[in-house]
Design a binder for this molecule. Structure first.
Ligand SMILES: [Zn+2]
Length: 350
């Protein structure tokens, strides 16, 4: 190795060091600062929707039915109320009990709406509701018409969907408030005044439908929080029977069509369009009507009407509305559609 080549090497080395030093000094100007907001090319909207368990929902139906008919004022009703409150609390909800006197056509009964609030501090909210009472008579049965029904589908199935949703929300938290309302005294109505009628709106000046849905009527006039608002609501009524079909109920289509469309589109996407059918149905006097009348929260009634044209199933208001007609898979599909709607709505807020 010659002297000249080692001097040359030293010069190259100096140049390399100089260039590197310039680069190091210039780096902060070339690279963005750490706190510079970076706009992603593709917005990160990946939504993981947890699995809704139909088996778990079935257990909640069974538990309610095991209490016996939950007619307001009865011991079974009282025990079930205590269990509902405890269950909601177990799933981390803030619970409000709203007792009231249900003035039925045959007398006045002690009733209570049970409200479970998920993240009550959040302003963005969804309302999920069902009725938790069961009918005091089996007026559509051929025998024991004066005895109360178990209401496995008509009552317990909707509440079961709420409970399972509360459970999966606790396990898979979202930044969205959800209010679970179990309305009482929905099913004490006088069948001689229509519970399902194609012209409820036309009749709403009269009182022909007001013997039904006493809990939602009370709540809508005595909101659990003054000025309560939710972006939208879903009512679950008879959502667990084998062979169920959910047509597009008339009042929902009139007052909340965009949410009906959204929910039914999600169902179709999940492959459940055999259940969530596109058939229009008549207007049903149900809790969603009174929720909307009192609050204007657009509320969709997912209600089992398996016949063609849409009508309630044969078990409706009979003693056949028991555990044997409940299908875990129907509960699962209703719940999975609802979970998808909720988790997507929450993702859109991010
Ligand atoms: Zn009913």
């Amino acid at each position: 190795m010659s002297k000249s080549s080692s001097r040359q090497k030293m010069a190259y080395g100096l140049i390399v060091i100089l260039v590197l030093s310039i680069l190091v000094m210039a780096l902060p100007k070339i690279l963005p600062k750490k706190d510079t907001p970076v706009t992603p090319v593709v917005p990160a909207v990946s939504v993981d929707v947890p699995a809704f368990s139909g088996d778990s929902a079935f257990v909640y139906v069974k538990k309610q039915v095991d209490f016996g008919p939950r007619v307001p004022g009865s011991p079974a009703h009282k025990s079930c109320a205590a269990w509902l409150v405890a269950s909601f609390k177990k799933y981390g909800l803030t619970v409000i009990e709203q007792p009231f006197k249900a003035k039925a056509y045959f007398g006045t009964l002690d009733a209570v709406n049970i409200i479970g609030q998920y993240k009550p501090e959040l302003p963005n909210r969804i309302l999920l509701c069902a009725h938790w009472d069961s009918r005091h008579i089996a007026d559509k049965d051929t025998k024991d018409q004066d005895k109360p029904i178990l209401g496995a589908d008509d009552g317990a199935s909707g509440v079961a969907v709420l409970l399972e949703m509360a459970r999966i929300l606790q396990q898979n938290p979202v930044e969205y408030g959800v209010d679970f309302i179990c309305f009482d005294a929905e099913d004490l109505g006088d069948e001689r005044t229509p519970s399902s009628d194609a012209s409820i709106m036309a009749q709403s000046g009269g009182n022909t439908t007001e013997t039904w849905c006493l809990g939602s009527q009370y709540w809508s006039q005595n909101l659990h929080k003054p000025g309560y608002k939710a972006h939208f609501g879903i009512l679950f009524d008879m959502v667990g029977a084998s062979g169920a079909k959910f047509p597009r109920e008339g009042i929902s289509m009139l007052k909340a069509p965009e949410f009906v469309n959204k929910i039914w589109a999600v169902a179709a996407e999940l492959g459940f369009d055999d259940l969530f059918v596109n058939t229009p149905a008549g207007q049903i006097t149900d809790d969603h009507y009174f929720v909307m009348r009192g609050t204007n929260i657009p509320t969709v009634d997912i209600i089992g009407m398996p016949k063609s044209p849409p009508m309630f199933g044969d078990h409706h208001h009979t003693h056949f509305d028991n555990l044997t007609i409940i299908d875990n898979d129907v509960l699962r599909k209703v719940g999975q559609v609802t979970a998808t709607v909720i988790y997507r709505a929450a993702a859109q807020l991010r």
